[in-house]
Design a protein. Structure first.
Length: 255
């Protein structure tokens, strides 16, 4: 390669870098150009809602930062949605603190557990399962939901509970599978068709929950005694098409 060729390649590289820098500066400048207008718009929208009276907004390069306090975790989520809808908002950084009542973790967990027992009652809640943990007001919810509707309702119940400071969502949505659906129904009939276990179908908030993923069955919930747990495992194990059964049923008084 000659000296002239090296010089031309170097000049071309420098030109490309210069053009890229100019584009980045232009994009940043374009976003910054709307910062004042964007901050005014977000501030006005927050001021129009009494639940955001202690929330402030600042904007830099089109990114809205929310600070301050609200009384419910749901209000924190609502503030993010409000800011995202404002024209020219490039993103939202939510630093709002939930300053509602401080509820002891054990008490908060008990309240939430009671609330979630009734999620989707009458809508195949037998096939959903949610587990809770609370630490310093931060709620971790995990489990599986067959359709996603139960998950949405559960998260809404948690977000609107006084004392909740933050939520960690670890609920998975079951993959769409006619094969799994068939196993769910056959397992349901096998368990609730048993004369010993049929009583768990009378209380809609206390069913034996049947979770199926890729042919593998897991049983959750609480039963009265060890015999009922064993019978449920045997009935589920006899279902055609089920590859395995993990019996995680808990016996009342022993959990």
């Amino acid at each position: 390669m000659t000296g002239k060729q090296i010089f031309r390649n170097l000049a071309g590289s420098l030109l490309a870098v210069g053009l890229l820098s100019a584009v980045l500066v232009a994009e940043t400048g374009g976003a910054a150009r709307y910062d004042t207008q964007l901050q005014t718009s977000v501030t006005q929208k927050l001021a129009s809602k009494t639940q955001f009276s202690n929330v402030q907004a600042s904007v830099e390069d089109g990114i809205v930062t929310l600070t301050g306090t609200v009384d419910l975790y749901q209000r924190k989520l609502d503030a993010t949605r409000l800011a995202r809808k404002v024209q020219n908002a490039q993103g939202v950084r939510n630093l709002i603190a939930v300053a509602g009542p401080n509820v002891p973790d054990a008490q908060l967990e008990d309240k939430l557990a009671t609330k979630l027992r009734y999620v989707r009652v009458g809508y195949d809640n037998t096939f959903d399962y949610f587990a809770l943990g609370v630490k310093d007001g931060v709620v971790t919810v995990e489990g599986q939901d067959r359709t996603g509707v139960g998950r949405s309702e559960a998260l809404a119940d948690i977000a609107n509970m006084p004392g909740v400071k933050d939520v960690i969502d670890r609920v998975s949505i079951a993959p769409t599978s006619p094969f799994d659906d068939g196993i769910r129904l056959r397992t349901l009939r096998a368990i609730y068709g048993d004369s010993t276990l049929s009583k768990y179908g009378t209380d809609p908030a206390r069913p034996i929950r049947i979770v199926v993923t890729n042919g593998h069955v897991t049983l959750y919930g609480e039963v009265d005694n060890t015999m009922d747990k064993n019978i449920a495992g045997i009935r589920a194990g006899g279902v055609f098409g089920a590859f395995s059964v993990d019996n995680k049923l808990e016996v009342a008084g022993k959990s």
